[in-house]
Write a protein that binds this ligand. Structure first.
Ligand code: HEC
Ligand code: HEC
Ligand code: HEC
Ligand code: HEC
Length: 162
């Protein structure tokens, strides 16, 4: 009996560790709440003014919004916990949203994590590198040429003084 209890506790511990690594996608609205407006650096507004925010509209205009071959690059986390065809929650993941680059935010979106980059990085926030982009900007004829440094300038929404 004792052995069983020890085993059960060990199992629960292992499961809880596995769960801790399981970050999920929360969708744009959750990020927007804290990253919108002049006082917050207009991060949301800047994103909205760029084409990433329109990526779903683009495939819709072509009648391809149910084509899995398009959704991977024109939505957020397609079939990876974000966009899913015919899912009631799908509209929350249209376009190339914050979490496409910054990673699934279920844990790091908490203010106590957000204010400490190191802590956020340990909890789902991605340290953005060229590879963060090249899954979609893959150099194919359709995706076009990609120059990381130039592209970074084009999507820039930083506001904090370095
Ligand atoms: C409860 C409010 C809140 C929510 C929700 C929130 N953030 Fe933040 N975030 C902050 C604050 C505050 C900072 C620190 C800003 C500063 O120092 O000027 C921050 C910082 C960041 C940073 C910079 C981290 C660094 O130090 O390099 C990124 C990237 C970020 N947030 C992305 C997101 C994304 C993506 C989401 C949605 C998944 C999100 N945030 C949701 C409040 C929030
Ligand atoms: C999930 C796929 C995906 C990821 C990840 C992604 N992009 Fe994009 N990007 C797109 C798509 C799709 C478009 C075109 C949207 C349209 O025109 O409808 C685009 C457009 C752009 C544009 C043109 C923007 C404009 O407003 O003219 C730039 C620049 C760009 N991406 C840079 C980046 C950089 C830099 C990264 C990484 C930090 C990145 N992208 C990550 C899919 C992605
Ligand atoms: C490997 C990622 C990827 C896939 C898959 C993908 N796209 Fe794109 N798409 C991009 C990127 C990146 C851009 C931005 C190109 C640029 O601005 O240089 C883009 C741009 C676009 C645009 C806006 C520019 C234009 O050409 O009018 C439309 C519309 C579009 N894609 C439709 C589609 C459709 C429809 C499919 C599926 C048949 C598809 N895409 C599949 C990455 C992808
Ligand atoms: C195409 C990729 C991409 C998308 C989409 C994107 N970001 Fe970023 N974000 C970056 C990059 C690159 C940086 C600058 C380098 C870094 O912080 O890693 C950045 C920086 C930030 C910062 C720090 C700003 C500063 O001054 O230090 C915040 C906050 C942020 N992003 C929030 C968001 C939010 C909120 C969204 C959605 C509305 C979003 N990002 C969408 C790539 C992206």
């Amino acid at each position: 009996m004792k052995k069983l209890i020890v085993l059960a506790i060990a199992l629960m511990f292992i499961l809880s560790l596995a769960y801790a690594g399981d970050y999920t996608y929360v969708g744009l609205k959750r990020c927007k709440g804290c990253h919108k407006g002049e006082r917050k650096g207009n991060v949301y507004e800047t994103w909205l003014s760029k084409k990433h925010s329109k990526a779903f509209e683009g495939i819709k205009a072509k009648g391809e919004e149910k084509n899995p071959e398009c959704l991977g690059c024109h939505t957020t986390a397609f079939n990876k916990g974000g966009y899913k065809i015919d899912d009631p929650n799908a509209a929350n993941f249209e376009g190339v949203q914050c979490e496409s680059c910054h990673g699934p935010g279920s844990v790091y979106k908490k203010i106590s994590y957000m204010k400490k980059r190191e802590l956020a990085l340990q909890n789902g926030l991605i340290d953005i590198k060229e590879e963060t982009c090249t899954g979609c900007h893959d150099g194919s004829e359709h995706a076009g040429k990609f120059n990381y440094q130039e592209a970074l300038k084009q999507i820039d929404h930083t506001y904090r003084k370095k």
